[in-house]
Design a protein around this ligand. Structure first.
Ligand SMILES: [Zn+2]
Length: 199
């Protein structure tokens, strides 16, 4: 799905099309899925990030020596450049945003059936959650794994390890779910569920 007019979306959103171009573009937009999608993608930017460099874009209308067609193309190019700058800024803002500063929670449980006791400390990360497990009374020589369930019922494998570790050794795991999205962690080995850890 592509359309040569998608480049006009940035110019349209920044108000740098003239009345005739504007209404022509609006007519086109009503029937073009590619431009509508591009519009949805870019529409929040001018509102969110203010009018950065929009004045520059509009002032180009007053440069007298530009012939009409290259003039318009240049305007569109600059509008597109402005959109790219805004996208980069939005990306920068996103990555600079500090991680939520909740204290690292620890969940612990002892399973009455298997006798296995488990504990996990969780650390909030930009990519999800880092997990550090401690497990006691797991039979040696087992291959363990943890399955992470989120509140929507999605699941991920959060780690695999062998059970021949010291009782105080910490085992790392990870998941893309944020801490507040995690419903429970199920630690199991070949024989089945060993212990479930919950908030
Ligand atoms: Zn189009």
């Amino acid at each position: 799905m592509s359309c040569q007019h998608t480049v006009d979306v940035g110019a349209y959103l920044f108000g740098s099309l003239d009345l005739k171009e504007r209404s022509a573009f609006e007519r086109h937009l009503s029937g073009c899925a590619a431009c509508q999608a591009e519009m949805l993608r870019l529409a929040p930017l001018p509102g969110l990030l203010g009018r950065l460099s929009l004045e520059d874009v509009e002032n180009l209308d007053e440069i007298p020596s530009c012939p009409p067609e290259p003039h318009r193309q240049r305007r569109v190019l600059i509008a597109c450049a402005a959109v790219l700058v805004l996208l980069a800024l939005a990306g920068g803002l996103f990555f600079l945003r500090p991680a939520p500063s909740s204290p690292a929670p620890t969940w612990a449980a002892t399973d009455s059936g298997t006798g296995v006791d488990g504990e996990v400390s969780m650390v909030s990360k930009s990519w999800g959650t880092e997990m550090w497990f401690k497990l006691g009374d797991v039979k040696p020589g087992a291959r363990c794994k943890v399955i992470v369930f989120d509140r929507q019922g999605q699941r991920e494998i959060g780690g695999w390890w062998g059970s021949d570790h010291g009782p105080d050794e910490r085992i790392p795991g990870s998941t893309s779910f944020r801490i507040d999205q995690i419903d429970r962690l199920e630690v199991s080995d070949e024989s089945g569920l060993l212990v479930t850890l919950r908030p």
